[in-house]
Ligand binder design. Sequence first.
Ligand SMILES: Nc1ncnc2c1ncn2[C@@H]1O[C@H](COP(=O)(O)OP(=O)(O)OP(=O)(O)O)[C@@H](O)[C@H]1O
Length: 457
Amino acid sequence: MEKILIIDDDQDICLLLQKYLTKKGYETYVVYSGKQAEDWLKNNQVDLVLCDFKLPDYSGLEILQKIKIIDSNIQVIIITGYSDVRVAVEALKRGAFEYVTKPLYPDEILLTIQNALNQKLEENHPRTRIKKKQVRNEFVEGVSHAAQTLAKHIELIAPTDMSVIIMGETGIGKEFVATAIHEKSKRADQPFQAVDCGALPKDLAGSELFGHQKGAFTGAIADKKGCFELANGGTLFLDEVGNLTYENQVKLLRVLQERKVKPLGATKEVEVDVRLVVATNENLKEMVKKGKFREDIYHRLNEFRIEVPPLRERPDDIIVYAEHFLLMADRQLEKDVKGFTDETKEKLSEYPWHGNLRELSNVIKRAVLLCQGELIETIHLPQEIVTPDLSEADSSLQVSFNGEMPTDLKSVAEAAEKRAIIEVLKRTKNNKSKTADLLKVDRKTLYNKLKAYGINT
Ligand SMILES: Nc1ncnc2c1ncn2[C@@H]1O[C@H](COP(=O)(O)OP(=O)(O)OP(=O)(O)O)[C@@H](O)[C@H]1O
């Protein structure tokens, strides 16, 4: 039976999750703080951790790091508020499997847990993600000029053996581009090995990349092939390559120059034939200037550079991707949602999508889950996307409660009232009479509430 640890200081949430997941056949455990989790994990083993991002003692990133140090094989799913999605995305870069946003929906949690457990990292290669056997979602090109140029570049570069640097914001699809390059290359039937250099602990990175021989260091109980050897004949994708230590950059340069790797502790070198594709969301050239990334490696990798522009700079693509993610979610959740209302499309197109395609895909999946009819409406989207001003108003309301979410009924009711007023004002384009009508109050009451809640119209 697979084991799940739930970490949340909200005891009600813990109880609900525990009951639900136990019913679904998992062995579940609960702790209420980061420290308790740390102690618990040192003495017990689990397959997956479901962790609230805002614990009383540790931040989400801190607890993630501690879990990964204790056992890097544990899959971690972060529970977060939508307004914290950007930080949660950072957690993904540091090794979390996925984030789910509040309010929590059991079906969504269950699906994410099942996906995480299915993809549980392979025993022998804990920090690498082997993509070869994974079923991937299809590569969608987009219709914007930038997306078309990107597709053309992939077609052109794929059949060559040139190294490629893929640049772009988090979640924009750099790894997808790397996979597309591999799949369209002559190496397509050979391994595609992806390594997240950002998630490699410093002391183990060398062994993960280049392998080691039994006895090379304490804990090296058997020979181990590094990613270069595992990718032999195929493509090695180094994500967040700018995070490699100087020492590993030197070793990487040797492999690039000589096409040979020397596992730690080995006396002999092993020949490797690997095409290198790397990605970064930092400016590598700047890193070279600052002395943080070796110039010689940069030039070797920079045989071809692909820049993937952020989604907000190519709004024409948003609905294309949204429709693709809707199809995927329909399939995954066995639903038959057909599309979006015009208002929903408008809201999706206006939103800045700082988490790019990953954020869009998650939002659509959740909307499909919530949708009971044929079309996704704005009520199925997170509030931040439908009424961005309102979320600001909400957060200002929270601040006025000393940074704590209001829990007393009066405050909760006031927050809901404020939200409803702003929402209706938006819909009526600030027409007070219509707003009062829709809210079924007289104009004077409406004006009093606007003043009391500090809503400027
Ligand atoms: N061209 C595409 N077609 C369809 N889906 C895509 C495409 N590109 C990205 N996606 C979706 O966006 C998600 C994020 O993509 P990916 O992991 O490649 O981003 P990334 O830029 O490598 O992120 P990070 O910087 O965090 O490593 C994917 O899981 C996939 O769902």
